[in-house]
Ligand binder design. Sequence first.
Ligand SMILES: Nc1ncnc2c1ncn2[C@@H]1O[C@H](COP(=O)(O)OP(=O)(O)OP(=O)(O)O)[C@@H](O)[C@H]1O
Ligand SMILES: [Mg+2]
Length: 291
Amino acid sequence: MSEDEIEAHVIAEARDDIVPEFDGEFPVVITGLRNTFGEQVVHDNLDLKVRRGEILGVVGGSGTGKSVLMRSIIGLQIPDEGDIEVFGIEITHGDPDEAVGVRNRWGVLFQGGALFSTLTVGENVEVPLKQFYPELDPELMHEIARYKVVLSGLPEDATAKFPSELSGGMKKRAGLARALALDPELLFLDEPTAGLDPIGAARFDELTRELADTLGLTVFLITHDLDTLYAICDRVAVLADHKVIAVGTIPELLESDHPWIQEYFNGPRGRAAQESGERARSMDKQDNTGD
Ligand SMILES: Nc1ncnc2c1ncn2[C@@H]1O[C@H](COP(=O)(O)OP(=O)(O)OP(=O)(O)O)[C@@H](O)[C@H]1O
Ligand SMILES: [Mg+2]
């Protein structure tokens, strides 16, 4: 194992002393969730289970409550009703001390990135490290931050840059580096490819898939990007009518006759994404067989 790899796992090992890695089938289980803002009902009786090791795409029209759902899972939005278990621990009305114990096992890339503009990329990555492991040697913290920056596909010298000095795509990667700071088992990405050009978006997708496979992550991926769904998601959950109306592989969803699902996957953009996905797969096949 290289020195970098050893450093990369310092956090995971420190944590393993306290909390064993989750080995159940569903790291996230949501039952009967209800969220309202005043008169507005966002979620009502919403159920969802996220399977360990999958990339779950979460789709739905703008304002259907995808971000609110994510915020509920990570404890930033207290629901009116319902239960949310993460790694088998009740987040919403369980023991607060226990809930703190799971908070360092997920990483979050918020919609829009939300980097601290007065901190460098490296310092941004160190924020969660300082929060959860303040006793960690500062030099080791810098090393871990540099490693996560490179792992996220940025050049090492981006560590010392401020967010204002980065392109949109680089900011997303910096946000990803911060989300990976604590060696998470569960990664939340809220529209990670929004605003990226198609090539940048495809590269970000590939990176997500690669990280999920190599680090064994479970990924909750909110997206509007049909190409992302076809390219890297194992299953897709669809939000409409205040709940998750369907969850499954894309072929499974195509069998649904719900109008939003039909419109989304079988509308012109849906068909184009489907065809481009098929083209990419057939080219892969040709590459692999050397034809
Ligand atoms: N803190 C809040 N206070 C009041 N209303 C809110 C709050 N957060 C979200 N909402 C409302 O809840 C609804 C769902 O918001 P949410 O951000 O989850 O949508 P979304 O599905 O993520 O949409 P988009 O695809 O545009 O990101 C919206 O109508 C929004 O205005
Ligand atoms: Mg949103």
